[in-house]
Write a protein that binds this ligand. Sequence first.
Ligand code: ADP
Ligand code: ASP
Ligand code: MG
Length: 814
Amino acid sequence: MKVLKFGGTSVGSSKNINKIIEIVKTNQEEKQIIVVSAFAKVTNLLLEAAQLASIKKTAYTSVIEDIKTIHNQIISDLFTEKDKNEVLKFVNVKLADLKSILDSISLISELSAKSEANIVSHGELLSSFVIAKALQVNHIDAERKDTRELILTNTNYTNASVNFEVSNRQIQDYFKSNKTKVTVLPGFISSAENGDTTVLGRGGSDYTAAIVASALDADVLEIWTDVSGMFTANPNVVPQAMPIEQISYEEAMELSHFGAKVIYPPTIHPVLKKEIPIRIKNTLKPEDAGTLITKTSKDKKNPVKGISHIDDVTLITLEGSGMVGIPGFSKRLFETLATEKINVKLITQASSEHSICIGIDDSNANLAKIAIDSTFEFEILKNKIKPLQIEKNLSIIAIVGDHMKSHQGISGKMFGTLGKNNVNIRAIAQGASEKNISAVIAAKDVKKGINSLHESFFKNNNKQLNLFITGVGNVGAKLIEQIEQQHEFLLNNLNINIRIVGLSNSRQMIFNDEGINLSSWKEQLNNGSQATLEGFLEQVKALNLRNSVFVDITANAKVADMYAKYLKNSTAVVACNKIASSATYKKYKELKELSRSYDVPYFFETNVGAGLPIIDTLNNLITSGDQVHKIQAVLSGSLNFIFNNFTTETEFYDVVKQAQLEGYTEPDPRIDLSGVDVARKILILARESGIKINLEDIENDSFLTENNHKADSVDDFYNSLKTDANHFKELLKSANSNNCQLKYVAELINGKAKVGLKEIPVGHPFYNLEGKDNIVMFYTKRYPEQPMIIKGAGAGADVTASGLFADIIKIANN
Ligand code: ADP
Ligand code: ASP
Ligand code: MG
C-alpha cells in the first residue's frame, strides 16, 4: 500500500490535477491513499479573509469570491456539464457555511484560534471533494473520507498535537474494512475530542500523510510537490542547487527544521519509527527520480548533504555576572519561553556561563522581552544580570550531513567561506552529534552566504565571480572583449561563471546584478547614471554579492585611494593602476595588511611588465624561501620601443611621437621618458622582494636635458625634444661607437635601486631586446650565477588586459 500526498501547487490547476489522475492510474494494482492540500493560494486567502473579518473589513466577502473563482475555474475545466452540478453544489454549500462563520467573526470583531482552524479547514475540505470526484469520473474506484474522523488531536486548534494511540486505531479500523482502491483524504485537518475542527500547522498535509502511512505500515510515503526532490539548498535562493538523490531521515529532519519547506518538519517522525521510505517527487515531472529518504545516508563522500536557512530570526541574550555557577537560571529562562509558547530555534551558551543566547522567531521578540525581564525582575534590579538584549532581522543558516562528524575541517571551511565574503557571524551552534552546524547572520547576507557555502561544499558547482570594473579605455575595452569571448570556456572547463556586474568610466556607471549584457555595454554605459567613486562603492556594498572583485583600469590617484575601502568590504582588488603600490611605503603596507587581515586578494601583476608573470614569479620565489640578491631589468616597453626605433636615420622627437600614437607611452610621455614609470616598477619589485623602500630612495640617472625637464606641458616637452635633438644624437653616436645598444635599465642590488640609460654591449641578454619587450633577470640564492629570466611583450592593451584577466582567474581559483 502506498500513501501519496499532493501539495498545493500540485493541485493548483486542472492541468496538474490531470497529472495526479495519470499518476494514480499507473499504480492501480495496489491500494492508494491520496492526501491532498488545499488548492494553491487558498489557505492564505482563507487566513486573509479571517483577518479582515476580525477587524470588520467587509473585503472578506471579495476574498470569498476569489476562493470561489479558483474552484469554479478548476471545476469547469475538469468536469462535463452533467458531473459539474454536484461538485458546484458542494462548493457553494461550503462557501456559504464559510461566509456565515466570517459574518459572525466580523460581528464580534474577534478571531479565536478555534474559529481560525474551522475557517482554514475549508481549503482541504473543498479540494479533497473535487479531486475525489475527478478520479471517479475518470473511472477510478475512489472515495473520499473526512480526516477529522480519523485523526484526533488536543485543542491547540491551529497547531494541534496528535493523539497517536487513538488516531492510529481509528485509521486502522477504517481501512481494515474499506475495500475501495483509492481513498482521498483532506490533509492538514483533524478534530479534537469535543468534535471541534483542528489543524496540524502550516504545511501540515505532509504530516497527515505520514501519520496515515505509519498507522497502516505503508510500503512507501510519496510526497508529490512542485520541485524534483529535496534540493541541496532552497532552489529559489540558490539557482545552482540540485536534487539530493538519497538522504537519511535525520538529515531530512535537520534540513526541514532549518527551513527546507519542501517537507513539513514533524512529517519524518511517524515514518522513521517504522522505517517507511519517503520519496519526494515532482507532480509535473513524474519521470524525475526525486529524493529517497531512508534510515541511513549512503553517500559518504560528500559529508555535507544540504544547506538550509530560516528567516525572521531574533537573537535574545541574557547576560550578567550573576548567572555564573548558579543553577536554575536556564531552567527559569526556558520555562518562561515555554509558558509563553515561544519556540526556540537555536541555543548557545558561553562556557563561562556568563551569557546565554537564544534564537527565536521575530514575531515573538517583544513578548520574550516582556516575559523574561519580568521573570528576572529581581536579578535585574540587583544588577546581577542585564535586561534582555534583543537583536532582530537575522537569519539562521545551517549545513547538514550525517557524515560531517567523521570529516575534519568542515566548520573551518564553513566559517572561512562566510568570512571571505564579509558575512558577519552573530552566533554559532553545533550539536554534539555534528549532524548540523548553524550560524546566525544578518538577514541581508543570507543570499550571499548560502550561495557561497553552496559553491564551496558542492564542487561540481560553478563559482560565480562578480566584477566591478572602473576604466574602460583601450585596456578596459580589451578586457571586456576577452571576458565575453572566454565566458563559455571558463564555465565549461573551469566551472567559473564570470560576470561583469558594474562598469564605469569617469562620467557614467551602470550595474546589473544578473550580469551586464556585454554585447551592448557601450550603449548601456552611455545611458548610465552619473559616476562617482563613492557611489560605485555604495552599489558594490548594496548588491552584496559573493566573490566580488573591484578592477581598476585607470591611472587615477583618487581611484587608488578607494582600495582600502573595497578591501575592508571583503571585495578583492585587481589593479593595473600603479599608483597605490608605488605610493608611500606606509600606504603600500596598509593595503597589503588589509588584504591579509580580511583574507581578500589584492593583485597588481600588470603594474610591472603588463601581462608577464613577473610579480607572481617573484612572490613564488619569496614564499618558497628564496632570497633576491639582484634584479636587473628593462621594464619600460615604451622606452624600449623608442630606443629600438631611434637610429641614425630617425629623429628622437618623431620616434617618441610614434610611440605615443601607437599607445605605448602613458598619456603624458614625460612619465616614461623621465624614468618615473620605470622607477615605480622597480620600486614595486623591491617592495615585493621584502625591502622597505620609497620612490625618493631610487637613484634616477636621467638622460633628458634640463630643457626637457623644464617643459611644463606635453607640447612644450615635444618642442624641447626637437630643440635638443643633438643631445639625443650624441647619446646614440656614443653607443654605436662602443658597439652597444641603448637600453633604459632598472636595477636592484643589495637593497639599493636605480634607473637610467645604459650602453649594453653585444652578448648581454638585454642587447637583442626587441620592439616593446620587457626583460627581468632575478639573481637569487637559488639562481646565483645564471639568473631566472622572464621576457616578452611588456606593453599593449591586449597583453595588459590578459594580465588583468589572469589576476581575476587567480581569485576564482583561490
Ligand atoms: P507543497 O505545496 O507541495 O507542500 P511547498 O511549497 O510546501 O510545496 O514546498 C515546496 C517548495 O519548498 C519548493 O517549491 C521550494 O520553493 C521550497 N524549498 C525550500 N527549500 C527547499 C529545498 N531544500 N529543496 C526543495 N525545495 C525547497
Ligand atoms: N494547506 C495547508 C497550508 O497551506 C497545509 C498544506 O498545504 O500542507 O499550510
Ligand atoms: Mg508543503
